[in-house]
Design a binder for this molecule. Structure first.
Ligand code: TYD
Ligand code: MG
Length: 453
């Protein structure tokens, strides 16, 4: 026979226990276990629940699946279309995380006004009043004719309104404010976010609405509670500052597109502005020679090439062993390239402290920067300046080879458009002002010794 048993749940992390505990065994918080309205049903026999499966379609042959065209909405914001993989997938769920003040509400309000859909856009706010929303929309000049506003934090009311309106796009600002009686008494807990997130995602999938969840991230970059939503949604976007004053939207998960794309914005008094031509944004303008330690590299970010300046500095180590200070390029990568230089061109780094930076504060994760990083380290260590008007790219193997690097022709083209007449790297096709180099030894010699413009 089945019997009901009380259930206690941590309001911080959602951990469940069948008895009350003073301290949550999962997150270690004190006095956070509360009895929940839901009960744990323990069956007398196997514990398996019987589910109603009569209306389920069942398995189908893979080849019978058809893909309909026109399943994405154009956001009306090119940078967001790019990050999403070509627009908003109908019925998809998207999490937009970012620190308070970065511009999440502004971005979503702009998107609400510009997205091209057949149905309405429902903007649900649990954070701001209707008047505040109206004032913001007015200030940033949003076309509000297709937007319905709902100031609400109760999940059940939200679902009922969505049912009435059947919007094409729903924006929820923010997931941390929503509450359902089914999941405890405090909004923003893991359990609330899990439960409300699941209900809202299921509703939007069934009804072909795209759903945007706004989530606040702390300074440390943790979306504490909303982290659980990352597994449930189709796409996770982060909105972040980079040092050059730009704001960047990047996908860290995308079931419908690449995660390498960047959406670049600036913010002024009339809202977020797209950065139309970012290729030269991260270059420092200089006249004449460039100081030692600095190199230029065309970086492939998503579907476009950006010219980036890498900076390196080496100083004799004070502690007797080498330390690497690099937060824009992975320190392990810097360490690997220093080791390759030490081994293959006998330039000692193991008694040096190495500092690496990227102009504009953008983080670089792709392998194509390695030859430029090697040149920056070489230049910093020897104080021989990198030639102006030259750009380099290429991946470096531990054996000291410069390996063929994806999209090399596009990199050369962008570099040349940005005024870098010459290029050195693993060049495959014919190119007049290119130096084709295939080992680090050959590459360093070509760039720092033989190069004559
Ligand atoms: P907001 O979108 O409210 O950020 P979030 O929802 O991520 O917390 O906007 C953040 C900041 O942007 C706010 O401090 C004011 C500033 N801002 C502008 O500079 N220009 C504008 O047009 C708007 C709407 C906001
Ligand atoms: Mg906000």
């Amino acid at each position: 026979m089945a019997k009901n048993k009380s259930l206690f749940e941590c309001i911080e992390c959602g951990h469940q226990e069948t008895k009350w505990l003073g301290r949550c065994p999962q997150c270690g918080a004190w006095n956070t276990m509360e009895e929940t309205a839901s009960t744990l049903k323990i069956s007398g026999s196997t514990g398996r629940r019987k589910r109603n499966t009569t209306n389920k379609p069942g398995a189908a042959p893979f080849d019978s699946i058809t893909v309909e065209e026109g399943f994405r909405y154009n956001c009306g914001i090119k940078e967001i279309n790019r990050v999403l993989g070509g627009g908003i997938m109908v019925g998809s769920s998207i999490l937009l995380g970012g620190e308070p003040g970065i511009g999440k509400s502004t971005l979503m309000m702009q998107l609400a006004g510009s997205v091209q859909t057949k149905g309405k856009v429902l903007y649900i706010s649990g954070e701001e009043s209707a008047v505040q929303l109206k004032m913001r929309a007015g200030r940033i000049n949003v076309d509000t004719s297709n937007i319905a506003v709902l100031i609400e934090t109760d999940l059940e009311v939200i679902l009922a309104e969505a049912e009435k309106l059947m919007p094409s796009v729903i924006i929820l600002d923010s997931i941390q404010t929503i509450i359902s009686e089914e999941a405890g008494k405090v909004p923003g807990t893991v359990n609330q976010i899990k439960y409300c997130g699941h209900e809202l995602i299921s509703w939007s999938k069934e009804n072909n609405s795209a759903f945007f969840f706004i989530a606040h991230v702390t300074k440390e970059g943790v979306i504490a509670g909303p982290k659980v939503l990352e597994h449930m949604v189709d796409t996770v976007l982060y909105f972040d500052h980079i040092e050059s004053g730009l704001r960047v939207v990047r996908a860290v998960k995308n079931r419908f597109g690449s995660v390498d794309e960047l959406g670049l914005f600036t913010m002024d008094e009339t809202g977020l502005k797209e950065v139309a031509d970012p290729a030269s944004l991260f270059l420092t303008k200089r006249k004449g020679t460039i100081p030692p330690g600095i190199t230029a590299v065309p970086v492939y970010e998503g579907s476009r090439v950006l010219m980036i300046e890498i900076q390196a500095l080496t100083v004799p180590s004070k502690s007797g062993f080498s330390r690497i200070y690099s937060d824009k390029i992975d320190a392990n990568r810097v360490s690997k390239i220093a080791a390759v230089l030490e081994k293959h061109i006998s330039l000692k780094f193991s008694d040096q402290d190495i500092y690496v930076n990227v102009a504009g504060g953008i983080k670089l994760g792709e392998v194509g920067i390695e030859f430029a990083l090697a040149c920056a380290l070489y230049s910093a260590r020897t104080q021989i300046a990198f030639p102006p008007a030259l750009a380099v790219a290429g991946e470096i193997s531990l054996a000291g080879e410069i390996l063929p690097t994806p999209h090399i022709d596009r990199r050369i083209k962008t570099a040349s458009e940005m005024g870098f007449k010459y290029f050195a790297g693993p060049v495959l096709s014919k190119c007049k002002d290119c130096l084709n180099v295939s080992t680090i030894k050959e590459g360093i010699k070509a760039v720092f010794k033989d190069f004559k413009p």
